[in-house]
Design a protein around this ligand. Structure first.
Ligand code: SF4
Ligand code: SF4
Length: 242
């Protein structure tokens, strides 16, 4: 049962401008009805599909207390952002209803307030991530900047066993079509440069040019690559994707 009025779609609310029942005038909002609807397009595997993605593993534990939504940073500014409601839809298999909010689910800022508030260890933040990922894998939304950043980060770790922040940012901007010279970035670099010890600055400069690798990285690289491709196969199978 959904109690929040904001969750009733306006098109499902019906009123009669002129209605008299047994001599009682119930015109206008006194005769507001919620139109009954029959859901026929359940995805009975929706919960399983979300649970197959990183972060979504514990979605089945939710008992709908609403603490996640009550504590949510994004919900405080956008009441349509409602983790409890989406977890409800996932558990019920109501895919088409979930898709109506596909363009705002990615807005989760990963503050994890919901995770700390949840009495059932559902990890709602993880479920939001898994749901956003599910939307991308199923082709309902384009790849988000967050996914593109994760891909760039992972590729760099895999290649060298190290992270070089400047390279991550440069490549991320290039992949997302953003200019490198952004005011906030220039300001940040200036401030960091002012406080950075000379030796540290030198090391960073050399790392940017020569791209050092972690010693003996090849074995770890092979193991991580194998693990990632196994996970990808498992996820695609769970989501019934080619
Ligand atoms: S992690 Fe996401 S869903 Fe959880 S409280 Fe923060 S913004 Fe809301
Ligand atoms: S706080 Fe946890 S148990 Fe409560 S509605 Fe949110 S996910 Fe479900």
């Amino acid at each position: 049962m959904i109690h929040e009025k904001s969750l009733i779609r306006p098109e499902n609310l019906k009123t009669h401008d002129k209605l008299v029942i047994d001599g009682v005038d119930v015109s206008g909002h006194w005769s507001t009805f919620i139109e009954p609807r029959v859901v026929t397009d359940y995805n009975e595997r929706l919960q399983e599909e979300i649970a197959a993605l990183p972060g979504g593993e514990h979605v089945h534990r939710c008992w709908q207390c609403g603490s996640c939504t009550n504590s949510c940073t994004v919900n405080a500014v956008n009441p349509d952002f409602n983790p409890r409601f989406w977890i409800y839809l996932i558990r019920m298999g109501m895919e088409s209803e979930l898709l109506r909010d596909k363009d705002i689910i990615w807005q989760c800022v990963s503050c994890n307030k919901c995770t700390y508030a949840c009495p059932r260890d559902v990890f709602p933040e993880g479920v939001m991530k898994a749901t956003a990922h599910w939307l991308e894998l199923k082709g309902h939304t384009p790849k988000s900047k967050s996914t593109i950043f994760d891909a760039e980060f992972t590729e760099q770790v895999l290649a060298t066993g190290k992270i070089e922040d400047g390279r991550v940012l440069r490549n991320f901007f290039a992949r997302t079509g953003q200019p490198l010279m952004q005011d906030w970035l220039v300001e940040m670099v200036k401030r960091v440069a002012r406080r950075l010890p000379v030796l540290q600055g030198l090391k960073m400069g050399l790392a940017a040019v020569f791209r050092p690798r972690t010693k003996g990285w090849s074995k770890a690289q092979a193991a991580i690559t194998e693990y990632l491709s196994e996970e990808e196969v498992k996820q695609k199978k769970a989501l019934n994707l080619e």
